[in-house]
Design a protein around this ligand. Sequence first.
Ligand code: ATP
Length: 502
Amino acid sequence: MANDSKKHESSTSKFQSIISHCKEYGFVFPGSEIYDGLQAVYDYGQWGSELKKNIKDYWWKSMTQMHENIIGIDAAIFMHPTTWKASGHVDNFNDPMIDNKDSKKRYRVDHLIEDYAQKLNAESKIQEAEQLLDEMNSLLAKDDFESLKKLIVDNKIKCSISGTCNWTDIRQFNLMFSTEFGSTESSEKGPEENGLANIVYLRPETAQGIFVNFLNVQKSGRMKIPFGIAQIGKAFRNEIVARQFIFRMREFEQMEMQFFIRPGTQKEWYERWKETRMNWHLSLGISNDKYRFHDHVKLAHYADAACDIEYEFPIGFKEVEGIHSRTDFDLKNHQEYSKKKMQYFDNDVDPATGKPYGNYIPYVIETSIGLDRMFLLVMSEAYTEEDLSTSEKQDSRVVLKFPPSLAPVKLAILPLVKKDGLPEIARKIMDDCKSSFRCFYEEKDTIGKRYRRMDAIGTPFCVTVDQQTKEDNTVTIRHRDTMQQERIPADQVKKIVAGSII
Ligand code: ATP
């Protein structure tokens, strides 16, 4: 038990260190900080935005460029309000919540119970915790709120603020943000033409932009089933309890892909996409045992099978990506609500009948990964505190061991001193490299301090220009992870760095 709580403490402190590091080194800032922040909204800084872009590019390239049958789109955030009626979000995109009457603090029911189960686990009451979670899952699956409340009360689960068990009944809370469209003057043409109020929603997922464009893309791209449509974009959810840094935000980004398939083939494609997506994660060099699949017990309103890819964050194993077999739910409903056909004509021959498969509404496998959660994953994996003390002196460093392809800066170019023509040589190397990858030039402070600053933002290579460079045109290249230094010809720098980031 002592070991468990020590592990928990050190993980929590690692998480706190990551949050501080992100702020101190320009990765992530609290949103609107000068006004004391806005809950669960964050801004990405100079290096955070580079890292985020690199993660996006890595995903985009592997999903589109590497798959001939997947193309990308960029749909609008605002969609016709009927979209969300058809998708089921107006009626079903709810989380059960409960309020503590004394502290007025609001909880998501599953989080409240899960946190309590975690506490039981930390006290080595593993069986009790498992039983509790099983019971919770089966009650959630039935939307049995009365029994869920009883479960909370019977287990004496308390509010962390008031310390009491004085709970309200459980209610559903819709997570969509809404706003008004255009002028509220009745002369303005808007969604009300279709009998709806002027209300539009900020999309809670990017997927619907893909569904409503399914035929546009299929026809204009002459796509044949099976094929996929990928998209990266913002999504908004009015999360009941937004917490844990960028893990749960109210404005976030998703990288989603809808794969359109023939009905009846969904099991096979679901398994294939589970494997493909897990391999994508492992391709970043992250160890297998940091990941696991978690099969959903309570399926979303649109799914016939679903699982999460979970990663062991410093705050425990948590979802980073969802893989869902969405059947024909979305396209069928859009067909019904829009009165536009969402069918595909398949002229491949069905071996069972000897005739073409003909017209059908395709089934869909979805892979949906949160960009911000992936950012946190990459950051958690990279963040390393190293003790470099020797018998002579105490020393340590924080280094972000990003895969070079994701690192915000690939190469730092550092003249040893800012005189004797060294800055000019360094600038020449910079000019040679900067169109190929992100470089950073710095001449201030000792070389040791400059190395440490580059370690702290995860720059895989530093090149130092010194007096010897003037004589033989060689430079010192320093490798971030090993801190090893070697002398190489200056004209080799670009090739070495470029070779490591493919
Ligand atoms: P959770 O159970 O954590 O609320 P979810 O199952 O509702 O997530 P999905 O609807 O499957 O999530 O969304 C796909 C992905 O989008 C998630 O795996 C996650 O990475 C990301 N995501 C969802 N909600 C948020 C959020 N509030 N903040 C950041 N990322 C999110």
